[in-house]
Write a protein that binds this ligand. Structure first.
Ligand code: HEC
Ligand code: HEC
Length: 355
């Protein structure tokens, strides 16, 4: 058979194979799998995530395994065939064929096979790819013979770090928070951890922001004793200020109580509104106390000082009263553990208890 017919045949076969894969993937039944994936329940409806370090099997159906594996393997084989094809001399003739392109009168493009070093670079990448896909997860739900997972590697690294640094934290954990809060070495570690784990919400200077309390002043929602701070970190906190608009009889009542709240921290407000608001403040007193100084057992803020969790403006105060607020401090017990939380608590304590 003429070699050029053979070559054309090969190209046609490869093309048909490619088209067949595309059509196979888009058949009605296959497309159904796409649709099924699109209709997956949203995040909040999903059952809780399975424990970490499981095998990689989170594909919604077997279909995806094949959808990934078959084109990947065919791709590697296809590349191999292509390199092989590009490496053989065409027609076995002594004379190298020219492609028929000529520049500057003498510069001809020849149909030489690839140079060896180049060919071997292709072969090495192909071998690398094949070995990689056998050892590591890459082909759908096949987890690779090494059983490597990124979560597994992460857990291992955490374990190594815990072994290395654990004793340092354990040494500090044995000391009182008040004592550590005067130890510059401990505070440097505490600050670094604070910046890593807490600054996204509380600010890198712990100064807080709207909805996120400042941890550097001496005004506390839940208390500023070493134990209270540590409890906040370990167990988290949930603020529960109910919407009071209805109980106050709508906008007028809200405006009156808001004026009274503003007057508590010494700000000017309409005396008539303040007087009316003072009478209605009784329904707030159960949490904020009759004098408005708050209750740390409930996390009800002191309304008589200059520190505001959500903002000092009359508009913000009205909004808080009308709609309520529910600030959440996440629990860090499982994530950081007791010893690290102890050290961070000492850093927080040091901010408002300078020696
Ligand atoms: C059930 C207890 C409870 C009642 C009743 C209550 N509060 Fe609160 N209030 C809270 C808590 C807890 C917070 C803090 C919310 C948070 O941490 O997200 C708060 C926050 C606030 C704030 C925001 C303070 C700041 O620093 O930004 C204002 C203002 C306020 N309350 C006013 C009132 C007024 C006025 C009433 C009565 C009409 C009232 N509260 C009734 C528990 C209560
Ligand atoms: C996702 C945001 C977020 C992260 C991360 C976070 N916090 Fe908080 N934290 C809050 C919120 C919101 C509150 C207030 C809760 C409330 O309104 O009742 C709070 C409250 C606190 C309190 C109580 C303050 C008081 O006045 O009594 C302390 C202490 C605290 N956080 C420390 C930390 C530390 C230390 C870290 C890092 C380990 C941290 N937080 C990480 C959001 C966060």
């Amino acid at each position: 058979m003429d070699i050029s017919i053979f070559e054309s045949l090969r190209t046609v076969v490869l093309l048909i194979a490619f088209l067949a894969i595309v059509i196979w993937a888009w058949r009605k039944k296959r497309k159904g799998a796409f649709d099924e994936a699109a209709r997956l329940p949203l995040e909040e409806d999903r059952p809780p995530p399975p424990p970490r370090n499981i095998e990689m099997n989170e594909f919604v159906s077997e279909y995806w395994t094949w959808y990934i594996s078959i084109p990947t393997i065919l791709g590697i084989i296809g590349c191999y065939v292509l390199v092989l094809w590009m490496s053989t001399k065409k027609g076995g003739e002594e004379e190298v064929k020219t492609m028929g392109h000529v520049w500057d009168g003498t510069l001809e493009e020849l149909d030489n096979p690839l140079p060896n070093w180049w060919r071997w670079m292709f072969y090495i990448s192909l071998i690398f790819g094949a070995v990689y896909l056998v050892l590591y997860p890459g082909l759908g739900s096949f987890s690779g013979v090494l059983n490597w997972t990124s979560t597994g590697q992460y857990d291992e690294e955490v374990q190594v770090a815990n072994q290395k640094y654990g004793p340092i934290f354990a040494r500090y954990a044995a000391q009182d928070i008040e004592v550590i809060s005067k130890d510059p070495g401990a505070l440097a570690i505490g600050q670094r951890m604070f910046i890593n784990y807490c600054s996204t919400c509380h600010g890198s200077d712990a100064g807080g922001g709207p909805g996120f309390p400042s941890l550097s002043d001496n005004s506390w929602l839940y208390g500023g004793t070493p134990q209270a701070i540590k409890t906040s970190i370990l167990n988290g906190r949930k603020g529960a200020m109910p919407p009071m608009g209805a109980a106050l009889g709508g906008d007028e009542g809200i405006a009156q109580v808001a004026a009274y709240v503003a007057s508590l921290s010494g700000r000017e407000a309409d005396p008539d509104l303040v007087a009316a608001g003072k009478a209605k403040f009784a329904i707030c007193a159960g949490c904020h106390m009759p004098d408005g100084k708050g209750n740390q057992a409930l996390g009800a803020p002191n309304l008589t000082d200059d520190a505001w969790l959500y903002g000092a403006s009359l508009g913000t105060i009205k909004k808080t009263i009308a709609d309520g607020r529910n600030g959440v401090m996440p629990a860090h017990q499982d994530f950081l553990g007791e010893d690290k939380s102890h050290l961070i608590a000492a850093y927080i304590y040091s901010l408002s208890n300078k020696p």
